[in-house]
Design a protein around this ligand. Structure first.
Ligand code: GLC
Ligand code: CA
Length: 580
């Protein structure tokens, strides 16, 4: 089992955020025909699977993660026919397509919820999670629990008409489905899954995959953040008692019948044994998951966006942990450090200063392409896109989560100037908007993303004349060219780079990251400098190590001139990959 190699393990997946990828019709919003126009670009990069974030019918309270009809496409993005064309365009190029499966909740505009809220005895009442109010001693109405929602405020919304609260872990427009109800599960499988699998999609990225089974008794969460009534409560709704049963059922009744791949979004799960319970091949639940440690670096436990500085050993330990946890098991892992919910990796983990950002992007590309697991690239990562400019005011931000955090902090501190300046800085590092700026295609107006006279739905990064696809395609020394070469190298040496055993050296070192990947007698050694200064590193004493790739153009010459022995000097944010 451990050595089983289904088709998706050595694939490179590219995530498309449809609103921001490419606008084909001049309305300022990306769309499916826009994606279709870039298929050869993606094939050229070496992509095997496209994952497209939600393109379903939606009021767009949370950028499409609030779905009002699983079987329709959001009209500004295109039609079901456009999606059929996209499936065909992928398959004709030997690529696959996976969709986002958002089934912890629907939009409040979904017909199911409209029925559910219409009366207490509606047949779909139990499809969502309804509870009566509590009352304080003074008679004040209270929500059933004090749980905090992801987008600030509580997880319960009162419905005047039927005088009960419904649960929403995210926005109040995203009511949670009741997975305890079998009829609901069957409807989800039909509408959200079979409808698209029958059209030929190859699998799903599964949103909030561990939140469907809630604890049975709804209790208050302990108070850890005294600033607010609502408290973090993931222990009450993540990894609940029936989670694995639900996933096995979904696999047995749907996924396995189509050989569909799944990658589950798995927050709140630091324990490797718990993660393994989701990804064992033999257990038939999920193919793999996104464990959250790597993207939670710098986030505060009680208040996610309150940024906390971190050191390199933390990152190294996380990478090592989630590389090694599958060893000797039939589980599988993922290599990713960006998505639509995170700041850009160059800005978060390296340096986006003008003199360092290209080196940083290549160094991170080298790291990612050498890691075991299925590799995920987020749109724009391949050209080294960076976080939004620090000069942008709050009005440029669009994300419901960022704005919820901003407003709740303003309210809690009476708009304290210093706090609010920190809040802005936090969002500039960690905010989801950073990933959602339009893709930078060229140096024409609006980065070639749209030709709308009114501009794009979200402002284009000020630096697009410098950081864009067209410029980088022509330049063999660009970040794009480096990614392309690294993806190719990863495929040529997949035994080591995709499937190999991971070993870390000097885990406590604060400046450099050195690791090895081994398959039988073959070794790859990766040495990375995570600072803006020259650093000395010691390569592990493996016989016959020879430089294979460097992120600096003159790496081969510098290597030849190096003194004999295992010591090397890495320049700022430099990476080198050796093989033996
Ligand atoms: C996931 C998505 C995120 C969304 C949330 C609610 O975390 O990645 O973008 O807001 O689920 O569906
Ligand atoms: Ca459009």
């Amino acid at each position: 089992m451990a050595s089983a190699r289904p088709w998706w393990k050595d694939a490179v997946v590219y995530q498309i955020y449809p609103a921001s990828f490419k606008d084909s019709n001049g309305d300022g919003l990306g769309d499916i025909p826009g994606v279709l126009s870039k298929m050869d670009y993606l094939k050229g990069l070496g992509i095997d699977i496209i994952w497209i974030s939600p393109m379903f019918e939606s009021p767009q309270v949370d950028m499409g993660y609030d779905i009002s009809n699983y079987e329709e496409v959001h009209a500004p993005y295109g039609t079901v026919k456009d999606m059929e064309d996209l499936i065909a365009a992928c398959h004709s190029r030997g690529m696959r397509l996976i969709l986002d499966l958002v089934i912890n909740h629907t939009s409040d505009q979904h017909a199911w919820f409209q029925e559910s809220k219409s009366s207490r005895d509606n047949p779909k009442r139990d499809w969502y999670i309804w509870k009566p109010p509590r009352y304080a001693e003074d008679g004040a109405r209270l929500p059933p629990t004090n749980w905090r929602s992801y987008f600030s405020g509580g997880t319960w919304e009162y419905d005047e008409h039927t005088q009960e609260y419904y649960l929403h872990l995210f926005a109040k427009e995203q009511p949670d489905l009741n997975w305890e109800n079998e009829e609901t599960r069957k409807a989800i499988y039909d509408s959200a899954m079979r409808f698209w699998l029958d059209k030929g999609v190859d699998g799903f990225r599964v949103d909030c995959v561990n939140m469907y089974s809630k604890v049975v008794d709804f209790q208050d969460a302990p108070v850890v953040d005294k600033t607010f009534y609502e408290q973090p409560a993931s222990e009450f709704y993540a990894n609940g008692p029936r989670m694995h049963e639900f996933l096995r059922e979904m696999n047995e009744q749907v996924l396995s019948r189509y050989d569909a791949v799944t990658v589950g979004e798995l927050p709140h799960t630091p324990d490797p044994r718990k993660v393994l319970q989701y990804v064992g091949l033999g257990d038939r639940q999920l193919s793999m998951v996104f464990q959250f440690d790597i993207v939670a670096i710098g986030q505060n436990v009680a208040q996610k966006y309150n940024f906390e500085p971190w050191t390199l050993p933390v990152l190294k330990e996380i990478v090592a942990k989630w590389q090694q946890f599958i060893e000797g098991t039939d589980g599988w892992t993922t290599a990713f450090c960006e998505n639509h919910d995170q700041g850009r990796s160059v800005s978060r983990y390296a340096s986006d200063a003008p003199e360092h950002r290209v080196a940083s992007a290549k160094m991170l590309a080298m790291m990612m392409c050498a890691l075991t697991g299925t590799l995920f690239v987020f749109q724009g990562q391949e050209i080294g896109m960076i976080n939004l400019p620090k000069s942008w005011p709050i009005d440029e931000l669009k994300d419901i989560e960022a704005l919820g955090y901003y407003k709740s902090m303003a309210a809690a501190t009476n708009n304290d100037k210093e706090t609010m300046a920190t809040v802005m800085r936090n969002l500039q590092i960690l905010g989801r908007d950073n990933a959602r700026l339009p893709m930078q295609w060229d140096s024409t107006a609006h980065a070639g993303f749209t030709d709308s006279k009114d501009g794009p739905w979200m402002r284009v990064h000020d630096l697009y004349p410098d950081i864009n696809v067209t410029k980088q395609l022509q330049d063999p020394g660009s970040t794009y060219s480096f990614w392309k070469a690294m993806i190719q190298l990863r495929k040529e040496h997949k035994d080591m780079l995709v499937f190999g055993a991971f070993e870390i050296f000097e885990p406590d070192g604060e400046k450099t990251f050195v690791f090895a990947k081994t398959h039988r007698n073959n070794k790859a050694v990766v040495a990375l400098n995570f600072t803006s200064d020259d650093q000395r590193v010691t390569l592990p004493p493996f016989d016959g190590l020879a430089l294979r790739v460097g992120t600096y153009p003159d790496a081969a010459d510098v290597e030849k001139a190096a003194a004999p022995g295992n010591m090397r000097t890495l320049r700022p944010w430099e990476g080198r990959l050796y093989m033996a």
